[in-house]
Ligand binder design. Sequence first.
Ligand code: SAH
Length: 260
Amino acid sequence: MVDRSKVVYPFYQGQGRSALGALYLFLGIGVTPALAEQSQGDSSASRDTYVSERVNMVRTQIEARGVRDAATLAAMSAVPRHEFVSLEWQSSAYSDGPLPIGEGQTISQPYVVALMTERLGLRPGEKVLEIGTGSGYQAAVLAEVEVRVFTIEIFESLAREAEERLRRLGYGAISVRHGDGYLGWPDEAPFDAIIVTAAPDAIPQPLIDQLRAGGRMIIPVGPEGAVQELILLRKDTDGSIRTESVSPVRFVPLLRDGTP
Ligand code: SAH
């Protein structure tokens, strides 16, 4: 069982209402047009609706599964996930799974985003490379934990949309690039941490090379369409590599330039 008394997290204080469970179940097709209309108007009522859903998402999907890092929980509570999907998916934005974002790609399940963020053990000001910008959601979560984010996306359309979205939502400090992330971002290396949100068959050597001594990488590894292994890799100060298996996961494949 989850021991909530140990969680020091101011955002939750005074908000422990079981009625949120009912709100969570209320997510459904029937409410889509109303939510879509409200969010376009950006009224305070729509913001309130999504704040409740977000608090509930963090509590029931993330905290309940063991994510405890206060900065990660605060980031997941702060980023408006509904802004990272198209209107037709907004009413499902806080549900417990991935969602389509175009080009056959997906925004990852909230729990997986939180787990990967927490396990990187980030400190404010660190330099982080993300491979697989997608919607830009994971990048925004990273920005909320106050690291410097560089992110690469192989589909030009997704890279452009994510960059615009991030700027509009106040995450303009994130550097977005269109390209093949397999090769990393040599001009900005070394990185304190690297997060890969698409699965290769094996850990790309260029990414290991671009990790500074003491750096961490989190990456799903395994075949397309099968269960993959989420791996946490550490590069020690002497340059040696240690890996640890974190969890079974399912990610879209890491593509190579020319594949799409
Ligand atoms: N992190 C994203 C979701 C990732 S889905 C989010 O928060 O929304 C995986 C993404 O990786 C997809 O957008 C896919 O196009 C991208 N991708 C796949 N192979 C890639 C590569 N070699 N370089 C960069 N991006 C890649």
